[in-house]
Design a protein around this ligand. Structure first.
Ligand code: DC
Length: 230
């Protein structure tokens, strides 16, 4: 029996990674893991403990000491609930403020080391679709399939704005969402440790104007084709 595969989906915020990764995991019967949720959970934890993102050692200590776990949410079509040391923080980590704080704490090497370790443990026996920024480059460099999903900055900002509206948090204008996104992109792409970039062996896909289920189907075709070769 072959070990189930690991599928890495990386890319910038708003490229559609979460929806695509969820559909893919459902179709393959794999576990879906949103690694960004882990950075967000640590950001929330630090905020609540009054630890500033500039206090790198303290934030890293929090990341090492706090287990983040996932549970499937049966009511929400393949979505999952996120727990920080046992507390359900699924909704609390989705605010724009935590997104921005997560981008800041994710530049701390000690935070990345702690979370990468947890992510690797989650994927130890394969059968996972993990999405993030460094999954194909750092977390699972041997993933059988790696996809780098992109979209234009305009389309990504529109999607995030719609997403915030759906969650009832649309206090920010589209322009503010875009400015926030540009700042986050810049930070994610230029940080010293594991900056956002496609792995050399990743398939780069542009999701502009393409619905997530079509992207998921295209990835499934890649998975099937590679399985036939394997
Ligand atoms: O995917 P997201 O927007 O929920 O991620 C929040 C932040 O976490 C993002 O700005 C960068 C960081 N992140 C990371 O550095 N590495 C990952 N594998 C996932 C997220």
């Amino acid at each position: 029996v072959k070990k189930p595969w690991t599928i890495a989906i990386d890319g910038p915020a708003g490229a559609g990674k979460s929806t695509v990764a969820r559909i893919l995991a459902q179709k393959l019967g794999y576990l879906y893991i949103d690694s960004g949720a882990m950075y967000r959970a640590i950001a929330l934890h630090a905020q609540r403990q009054d630890v500033s993102p500039t206090e790198a050692d303290q934030v890293a200590a929090l990341a090492r000491a706090t287990p983040i776990t996932f549970e499937p949410d049966d009511d929400a079509g393949g979505e999952q609930r996120v727990f920080l040391g046992g507390e359900d923080v699924t909704a609390a980590i989705r605010t724009p403020q935590i997104a921005s704080l997560a981008s800041e704490v994710s530049t701390i090497p000690g935070v990345r080391a702690a979370l990468v370790q947890q992510q690797q443990a989650l994927g130890l026996s394969g059968g996972v679709v993990m999405e993030g920024r460094d999954i194909g480059t750092v977390v699972f460099p041997n993933a059988e399939v790696k996809v780098f999903l992109t979209a234009s900055p305009e389309e990504r900002a529109l999607r995030r704005h719609l997403d915030l509206q759906r969650r009832g948090m649309a206090t920010a204008t589209l322009e503010a969402v875009r400015a926030d996104q540009d700042e986050r992109d810049r930070r994610d792409e230029t940080r010293a440790v594991s900056p956002l970039a496609p792995a050399p062996d990743a398939v780069v896909m542009d999701s502009d104007g393409i619905p997530p289920d079509q992207i998921a189907d295209a990835i499934l075709e890649i998975v099937d084709a590679r399985r036939r070769e394997a």
